[in-house]
Ligand binder design. Structure first.
Ligand SMILES: Cc1cc2nc3c(=O)[nH]c(=O)nc-3n(C[C@H](O)[C@H](O)[C@H](O)COP(=O)(O)OP(=O)(O)OC[C@H]3O[C@@H](n4cnc5c(N)ncnc54)[C@H](O)[C@@H]3O)c2cc1C
Ligand code: SF4
Ligand code: SF4
Length: 388
């Protein structure tokens, strides 16, 4: 267990004692999957870790992962303790409860006739698949990569250790009625309907790297290629990260973790408009990552110092961010990472094909994609269950 990601027993006790047992459970209402922090906190106070863990797992098949990576904008932002001092660190309590509590075996379900295909085994596909099999529908989960988990596998291991992903994925893979086929790239989802599936859920995420559309783009590598094999870049000395969102933040932090001396981030927006939580900006500054806000790269060149980023200064005009004619050049980079996020495949329209997760929501979070997968599965199964 990586200590700093979890509470020690003593610190857990101190943190749960801060709960005010608010009447309307704002923390529960802010949780996309409906976990009940007030309840599991109370169970921790009663030393009943088994009931605490059970209540989380009933709602959330990726409970420990979510405990480690859920953004603070959800249950924590809703926590009324913040009116007195600080919000309770609900995600960390959740992760700590689940880290040491073994999961229950799944019960045997009453089997229904319909077969459903889920394409993409990230959080949304997993949420859909788990909901389907829990309700007795057999489900095949198709994944184009070798491993299931989707973007979970790219979240830096300093925040989400691989052992935690492996543990929760092993649980998913052991579910009855669930067939998982990895290394299968589904190019034509409608064909699955002709192959015996009654419905298809597409939970394919946003794995297409967004282009910069600037000259010299070919000199840059994508954030996916970097995060997939970050250790291969340990020897680089000076890196430019293009982008100012969560993905760019993680690339910059991983570069520092692997020992890269100089990391510079080129961000189109002003600092206060960056698409990351405020504490993440502070983290970048603490890690001595050099931020260039209001700088939109317009060209990448190569010269005898290495790669050069030419950027145009941006400014706000009539509520719009525009590029100005002021250009700056930054040279001497030995690696450039384009980290402006991803986009989704083209969608097909078909009555029996449903979309779930980031391919529909765009850049959400693990728990929001998971919740959307669960809700999408219910859109299919609720009418079927009501008919029976
Ligand atoms: C670097 C990084 C850090 C992040 N950090 C956090 C964080 O701290 N907290 C947080 O809550 N969220 C974080 N996120 C966001 C979170 O990971 C995503 O919102 C979430 O994974 C989206 O889930 P999804 O199932 O919709 O898509 P994905 O996780 O992208 O999964 C889609 C899956 O579909 C598969 N697929 C695609 N096309 C096909 C096909 N044709 N056939 C078969 N399979 C296919 C893909 O291989 C993939 O496995 C982070 C994301 C990244 C990239
Ligand atoms: S909002 Fe915070 S203080 Fe109130 S019940 Fe939930 S966790 Fe406890
Ligand atoms: S799943 Fe995430 S959002 Fe929901 S209560 Fe747990 S930590 Fe909060």
């Amino acid at each position: 267990m990586v200590k700093k990601l979890y509470y020690t027993k003593a610190l857990l006790r101190t943190e749960v004692e801060k709960c005010l047992h608010c009447q309307n459970k704002p923390c529960k209402r802010a949780c996309p999957v409906g976990c009940d922090p007030q309840f599991f906190i109370q169970k921790v106070k009663e030393h009943d870790f088994v009931s605490a863990a059970k209540s989380i797992r009933e709602k959330n098949p990726l409970g420990e992962i979510c405990g480690l990576v859920c953004p603070s904008k959800l249950c924590m932002r809703a926590c009324l303790r913040s009116k007195i001092d600080h919000p309770i660190n609900i995600p960390k309590i959740q992760a700590t409860i689940l880290a040491d509590t073994p999961s229950d075996d799944f019960s045997v379900f009453e089997m229904k006739a319909e077969k459903i295909a889920v394409v993409g085994a990230g959080p949304a596909g997993i949420g859909a698949a788990v909901t389907l099999v829990k309700n007795g529908f057999s489900c095949t989960l198709f994944e184009k990569n070798e491993k299931i988990g989707g973007m979970l596998n790219l979240i830096p291991s300093s925040r989400l250790p691989l052992s935690v992903i492996d543990k929760e994925m092993k649980n998913i893979l052991s579910m009855p009625l669930l067939q998982v086929q990895t290394n299968v790239d589904i190019k034509d989802p409608v064909r699955l309907l002709h192959e015996g599936y009654d419905y298809v859920i597409l939970a394919t995420g946003e794995g297409l790297v967004r282009k910069l559309n600037i000259p010299g783009e070919e000199y840059a590598i994508s954030w996916i290629d970097f995060l997939n094999q970050s250790k291969a870049f340990q020897k680089v000395k000076k890196v430019a990260v293009i982008g100012g969102g969560n993905v760019a933040h993680d690339c910059a932090k991983v570069l520092k973790e692997i020992g890269v001396h100089s990391v510079e981030m080129f961000v189109r927006r002003p600092l206060f408009m960056m698409k990351v939580e405020k504490e993440k900006i502070a983290e970048l500054i603490d890690n001595q990552i050099n931020l260039h806000p209001n700088m939109a790269p317009v060209k990448i060149e190569k010269n005898n110092t290495g790669f050069v980023v030419v950027a145009s200064r941006t400014m706000m005009k009539n509520d719009k961010l525009i590029k100005t004619k002021e250009f700056c050049s930054y040279d001497g980079f030995d690696l450039i990472i384009k980290a402006t996020g991803g986009s989704a495949d083209k969608k097909v329209t078909h009555h029996e094909v449903f979309y779930a997760g980031d391919c529909k929501l765009h850049a959400s979070s693990v728990v929001e994609a998971l919740a959307d997968g669960i809700q999408t599965a219910h859109k299919i199964i609720d009418p079927l269950l009501n008919k029976k």
